[in-house]
Design a protein around this ligand. Sequence first.
Ligand code: FAD
Length: 515
Amino acid sequence: MEKKQKIVVIGAGPVGSLAALYAASRGNDVEIYELRGDLRDPSTTPLNFTKSINLALSERGLNAMRHAGQPKLIDHVKAATIPMRGRMIHGKKPNGQLYEEAQDYDIHGRAILAIDRGGLNKRLLDILDEMPNVTFFFNHKLTGADFKKNKAWFEVKDGTVSGDKGQRAREIEIDFDFMIGADGAHSAVRYHLMKYTRMDYEQQYIDTLWCEFQIQPKENPEDENLMSKFRISPNHLHIWPGKKFMFIAIPSDDGTFTCTLFAPAEFYTFLESDPSGAHIPDFFDNYFPGVTDLIPPAQLISSFHSNPHLPLISIKCKPYHYSSSAVILGDAAHAMVPFYGQGMNAGLEDVRILFDILDKHARMDENTADHDPASTRERALDEYSRVRVQDAHAINDLALQNYVEMRASVLSPTYRFRKWLEEQLSVWLPSLGWQTKYSRVSFGNERYSEVVKKSDHQGKVLMRALTGLLFGAVGGPLVALGVVMAVRYRRAVDVGLRAAMGNVDSMVELMTMNR
Ligand code: FAD
């Protein structure tokens, strides 16, 4: 176990709060600096200015909380969730009839959990509040950091200093042993880290904006049971796939659904062009059939105009640390588009992996003569960056690919066939260890980079087996003819075979994409 250190955490979002919990439960002095006010104070403006995002929490996030040293945390968190066992695809048949089609996520019945991000965050803050070695500094914005001298500067907006032109912020300076930057996609820690380490950095805004809507509960439910308040199944993540667009709905435990419209920026411009909003219900009827029965047109229009239209960013960078002084976690290190439901899960998993590695190095160095926590931590952070970069990059890529799956592939017969086949194999031949990519990502804790490798391998094996079966069934009688032809027309057969091999390769490639 490392000696008592002063650890400062920047950002009290879900990842920063969990990191603070891990650090504090190892006996360190922990200070948490957060730009905004206390989330538990109703006057605090929520992140992204939206009521609150409903998220899909899955195994990686749960596993990270399971290892936080707080036995009751996981039960409290789970108590505020709703299991979603699959997707519910909504559409319209050619005869105009509306339909719903359930697609379970997992043949073994495992579910992901719908949770209110604010609720989860508050729960973590409440636990931290009770720890004597944790201090909060709300309304403190990190403005500068020197990672060689281990000093940081904050702008404090708590109204304690009044300037000539009304209230202005004061600045404070602090010292630290180790800084954990969990300050989100536009991270200030990352910005300052770049001045100290040769960080490769890549960011991409995808051509999609998101906007939040709400489906209200039934006004007169059949009985008092909460479940009967929901207007559509509470145990599914609802998707209206619209090829270029997508509308989704995630249940909340008060009977509402938090819905999100994902659409290219030009469609927002088109819909915004008429201040009366008259286009909006027509747009929904065209692309998301049935939504106007769940959200009255007037409410659709007012939500579209009053809720922000927000961009989606994907960020990759490496390394994640500098020396023994600082590391970035969560969105600060790898903001991703939300289509695999993994952003927060991956961020929480960062915390577990970071502390596993820190603990391992502390144990290794425990008995060395002049054990120095800083040099132990430096080696640990070096390993953390090496290990985690590959995995974070893998899930960033999967999240981008899954947008295609959610808005289009869910309707494709090839996609459904492969999912069905892999699930059957996982049940009937468990020793093969087959699983769908989705199950490996959402219901397991394997490294993301391993998930990609295994899933690509499964795709190739499946394609070869299917091609073999096809050739076996229809190709047998042709073989004899082929032998005769090969003798008589050697060159033509050669060209034909090359073309066929080319096709097999491209079919293999097709089968391994976006699954
Ligand atoms: P944040 O939640 O961004 O928290 C960062 C904190 O740092 C904030 O409190 C901020 O105020 C503070 N801060 C910022 N700058 C400073 C500064 N200079 N000084 C001090 N403090 C600062 N993830 C999932 O796992 N499942 C999902 O289903 C899912 N759905 C999503 C849907 C949408 C529409 C979006 C946009 C995201 C979704 N995500 C999902 C992603 C998830 O919201 C993020 O990955 C997660 O919130 C990241 O947590 P974080 O703590 O790293 O960062």
